[in-house]
Ligand binder design. Structure first.
Ligand code: SF4
Length: 374
C-alpha cells in the first residue's frame, strides 16, 4: 500500500509557517494516492473542455451514480458544443429533467451559444474568458482551466473545504468569505504547478471517497498521522458551520384538470415563467397559500379563480407530498378535476399521451408516474 512521506508532522503546523509545502509533500502524496485509487469515469479520459464542462455542471450537487447517466445522455445527444448551442431549450430541459437546479441547464445552453457564436465553437482557453461564460463560477472555471489547459487554478468545492479544514485544522466557520479565502489559499499553495488538473481532481476525489461528510475512512487514510482533526478527535465537528440558511415553507395546491375530446384525454399544463423556481418547466395550474390559510384539503370552490366553470367534478385528492429544494420545503396536494369539455383558460391543453414530451420538475414527474391514467 502507498505510504505518505509527511512523517509525524501535523499539517496544522503548516499554517504557522513551521513547515513549507515542499517539506510536507502533500501534493505528491495526494497525487500518488490518486493514481492508484481514482474512479474510472468517462470524463477522466479526455481533456476536451466541452466534456469537462458538461461533467462539472452536471455533477455539481449531484452524486456520481445519479449524474453519470445524464452525462452520457448529453454527450450522446449533443456530441459537440455547436450541437448543444443549436438545440431547442425545451429539449435541453427535458434531457436535464430529474437533476434539479434547472438554471444550470439554462445557463449551460446559453453559454454553449456564446461559445458557438463568439468563439467559433472552440472553448475559450483563458481562466478569465471561461469565467465570463454564463453559469460558470470560480469553481467550474478553475476546474476547466486546470484540467483542460494546465493552468494553475485550485478548485474549492464542498469536498475540498471539508478535506482541507480537517487536515489543516481550520476551526473557524467555513461559511464566511474569510475562511473560504484561507482554504483557497492553502489549496493554491499546495497545488502542483506541473499537474494542476490531476491535483484538483485528486483533492475532490479524496474528499468524495475518503474524507467523507459522515464516517470518513480515517483508519485507512494515508494522512491520518498528520491530520489535525484526526489527532484532535475533532473529525465529526469539522468543518464548522455557523449559519443555517432559513428554509422557506410553501403550500401549493395543484389542479390536475382534464377533459376528454373525441376519445382522447387532455390535461392543462402551466408553463412557469418569471423568476420563481422551475423557470421554463411545466407544472399544473395551482393555488399557493400561506401557512396560516393552509388548513387541509381545499373545497373545489377554492379553485374558481383558475377554473372558470361550475361543471367540474372533483376526483382523487392526494395526501400531502413533501418536496425539498435547496432553501425551500414544498407541501403539495394534487386535485384531480374533470370537466366535460375544453374551456378557455390561460393554460396549455395537451394530450395526456404527449405529457412525457414536456420538461417537468421532479415533483410533478413523481405525481404523474404514480397515476394509472397516464
Ligand atoms: S484522517 Fe480522517 S479526517 Fe483526516 S484527512 Fe484522513 S479521512 Fe479526513
Amino acid at each position: 500500500m502507498f505510504k505518505p512521506r509527511s512523517g509525524s508532522l501535523c499539517y496544522s503546523t503548516y499554517l504557522c509557517g513551521m513547515i513549507s509545502q515542499p517539506e510536507m509533500n502533500f501534493s505528491l502524496d495526494l497525487l500518488s494516492w490518486y493514481a492508484l485509487h481514482k474512479r474510472d469515469l468517462p470524463w477522466r479520459h479526455t481533456k476536451d473542455a466541452y466534456f469537462i464542462w458538461l461533467s462539472e455542471v452536471i455533477m455539481q450537487q449531484t452524486r456520481i451514480e445519479q449524474g453519470l447517466p445524464y452525462y452520457e445522455k448529453f454527450v450522446e445527444t449533443y456530441p459537440t458544443v455547436n450541437e448543444l448551442a443549436s438545440a431547442d431549450e425545451q429539449d435541453v430541459l427535458k434531457l436535464w429533467q430529474g437533476l434539479g437546479y434547472y438554471s444550470r441547464a439554462r445557463n449551460l445552453h446559453a453559454a454553449a451559444k456564446v461559445v458557438a457564436d463568439d468563439y467559433a465553437g472552440i472553448f475559450p482557453q483563458s481562466y478569465d474568458d471561461i469565467r465570463k461564460l454564463k453559469g460558470i463560477g470560480e469553481y467550474t472555471a478553475a476546474a476547466i482551466a486546470s484540467i483542460c489547459f494546465d493552468l494553475p487554478y485550485a478548485v474549492v468545492d464542498g469536498n475540498v473545504i471539508r478535506f482541507i479544514s480537517r487536515l489543516f485544522g481550520i476551526t473557524e466557520s467555513v461559511d464566511t468569505a474569510e475562511t473560504k479565502k484561507k482554504i483557497l489559499s492553502i489549496a493554491t499553495e499546495c497545488l502542483d504547478p506541473l499537474n494542476p488538473g490531476d491535483y484538483n481532481q485528486a483533492m475532490m476525489e479524496f474528499g468524495a471517497t475518503v474524507c467523507t461528510p459522515v464516517k470518513p475512512g480515517c483508519e485507512d487514510c494515508i494522512f491520518k498521522s498528520a491530520c489535525w482533526a484526526y489527532l484532535s478527535h475533532m473529525v465529526d465537528e469539522i468543518p464548522l458551520r455557523k449559519s443555517k440558511v432559513a428554509v422557506r415553507e410553501r403550500y401549493i395546491h395543484y389542479l390536475v384538470l382534464t377533459y376528454t375530446q373525441e376519445g382522447e384525454d387532455f390535461i392543462y399544463l402551466n408553463k412557469r415563467t418569471g423568476s420563481d423556481i422551475w423557470r421554463n418547466l411545466y407544472d399544473f395550474p395551482c393555488l399557493e397559500l400561506t401557512a396560516e390559510k393552509n388548513t387541509g384539503i381545499l373545497p373545489l370552490q377554492s379553485f374558481t379563480s383558475l377554473l372558470n366553470t361550475s361543471a367540474a367534478v372533483l376526483g382523487n385528492v392526494t395526501d400531502e407530498y413533501i418536496h425539498l429544494l435547496t432553501h425551500q420545503k414544498l407541501h403539495v396536494r394534487f386535485y384531480r378535476v374533470h370537466i366535460p369539455e375544453k374551456i378557455e383558460l390561460p393554460f396549455i391543453p395537451v394530450k395526456v399521451s404527449d405529457l412525457s414530451a414536456y420538461p417537468v420538475p421532479r415533483l410533478i414527474d413523481r405525481y404523474v408516474l404514480a397515476q394509472d391514467w397516464i
